[in-house]
Design a protein around this ligand. Structure first.
Ligand code: AMP
Ligand code: MG
Length: 414
């Protein structure tokens, strides 16, 4: 029967909503990684294994935020300048100074401990130094220009939660809290396969009908940025026995298998059949576009994610489903990438029952234009777009001027 529709969802029954697919992943899997303790300086990008609870206040003591003069706020007149004689000097790194007498001010520098009895600092730019002392203008708020102990993190508070992928800022915070070693998850081991008789690896010459493999290189790069140990499973031919054998062999050592291509219903699509012979299929039809079928399966106890072959669909389904799966297995908390409301400059009609990701460019005044070439194999639609606009399952029409959530493409790779 000729397929007259260009809609790849036209045949084959109900689609699993994306949220249901994610819920299935969360319910079905627990982390597969053990933990290790490593130097903090090596921990950027690693996944925190346990809550980081502050063993101290940050900052440890009440200190000055500026160069200036520390005083008791109660010593200032509210309606006219106050002259206070100087007593003492406190610089960063000095031991806490002794208490200053009432009605006096202390010279103080940024980071110095507030002398006992003082609560407020006047910036030096705002003071007039005279022979008799320092003249303070009225209007300073109590506590101004000082940093109370524990204002950043209080002792006993959770500074960072387990499952967090440590950023450079996180490393800074942990170091400020006195951390030198940290317990993190060991990296997940993922084997990546491509499938298709037409695929070759560069620089091998191409015969007519052949194309170079984009997905293995792309997925390997994506996974490496997520701290995964990637094993190259190579290119599998469009034949059931070698595909089933390769998946079964890889499942013995990997925490996760990822394939691309071969999961549709065509007679050259052997991945689904191989899964059914070597393991079991959990789902393979998810309501996401671009996507075409994307499969979740198990080979023995090892999960397998079967991505579509078209590179754009492979990347988008990885972001939508692969990332939550990977995070779950790796012991990371999945945080959907931030979406920002953006005004559409175009009309878009869609079917209900599937979530669509539209590649858009966003101009300087914040209006989104649809990338003109929309095929799921058009890789430049990813390299030249700014963001993915996410249109929900129940939407049928996006009109110019409507706002829709957009995720900057770069956030998909963090
Ligand atoms: P499939 O899902 O196997 O039917 O593949 C759909 C389309 O994506 C076909 O045009 C394939 O040639 C192409 N494709 C599949 N895998 C890859 C890959 N690894 N790199 C580039 N294109 C691919
Ligand atoms: Mg194929």
């Amino acid at each position: 029967m000729a397929q007259l529709s260009d809609d790849c969802f036209a045949f084959g029954g109900a689609l699993l909503p994306l949220d249901a697919a994610r819920a299935e992943i969360a319910a079905r899997y627990t982390p597969r990684t053990s933990t290790e303790t490593i130097p903090l300086r090596d921990a950027c990008g690693r996944i925190l294994a346990a809550d980081a609870v502050a063993a101290m206040n940050l900052p440890p003591l009440h200190n000055s935020a500026v160069d200036g003069y520390a005083l008791r706020h109660a010593d200032l007149a509210l309606d006219r300048p106050t002259l206070l004689p100087l007593f003492g000097r406190a610089a960063a790194g000095d031991a806490p100074a002794s208490a200053i007498p009432r009605g006096h001010a202390s010279r103080i520098f940024t980071g110095a401990i507030m002398p006992e009895g003082t609560d407020t600092v006047m910036m030096q730019e705002d003071c007039a130094v005279t022979e008799g002392g320092v003249l303070f203008q009225p209007g300073l708020k109590p506590g101004a220009n000082s940093r109370p102990a524990g204002e950043d993190v209080a002792r006993g508070a959770t500074a960072l939660h387990a499952g967090r992928r440590l950023s450079p800022a996180d490393i800074g915070l942990l170091s400020a809290l006195g951390t030198s070693t940290i317990t993190v998850r060991r990296p997940l081991r993922v084997t990546v396969f491509s499938t298709g008789n037409e695929l070759r690896d560069p620089p091998a010459p191409l015969a007519p009908g052949q194309v170079y493999d984009a997905n293995r290189a792309m997925l390997t790069a994506l996974l490496a940025r997520l701290g995964v140990i990637v094993t190259d499973g190579g290119i599998l031919p469009d034949q059931l026995p070698p595909t089933a054998a390769a998946l079964a062999a890889a499942a013995a050592t990997a925490d996760l298998l990822i394939t691309s291509g071969g999961v549709s219903t065509g007679e050259e699509d052997h991945v689904r059949a191989a899964i059914e012979s070597a393991g079991s299929l959990t789902f393979w039809r998810v309501g996401i576009k671009p996507g075409r079928p994307v499969a979740l399966a198990e080979i023995g106890t090892t999960p397998l994610l079967g991505l579509p072959g078209n590179p754009v669909a492979a990347l988008i389904t990885f972001a939508a489903l692969g990332r939550p799966l990977l995070d779950r297995l790796a012991g990371a908390r999945f945080v959907p990438p931030t979406r920002y409301p953006v005004r559409s400059g175009f009309t878009y009609r869609k079917k209900t029952g599937r979530r669509e990701y539209v590649r858009v460019q966003i101009d300087a005044d914040g209006t989104a234009t649809r990338y003109p070439k929309e095929g799921a194999g058009i890789l430049t639609s990813l390299t030249e777009s700014d963001a993915l606009m996410e249109l929900p399952e129940d939407m049928t029409l996006l009109a110019p001027g409507d706002f829709a959530p957009c995720t900057p493409l770069g956030l998909l790779f963090d």
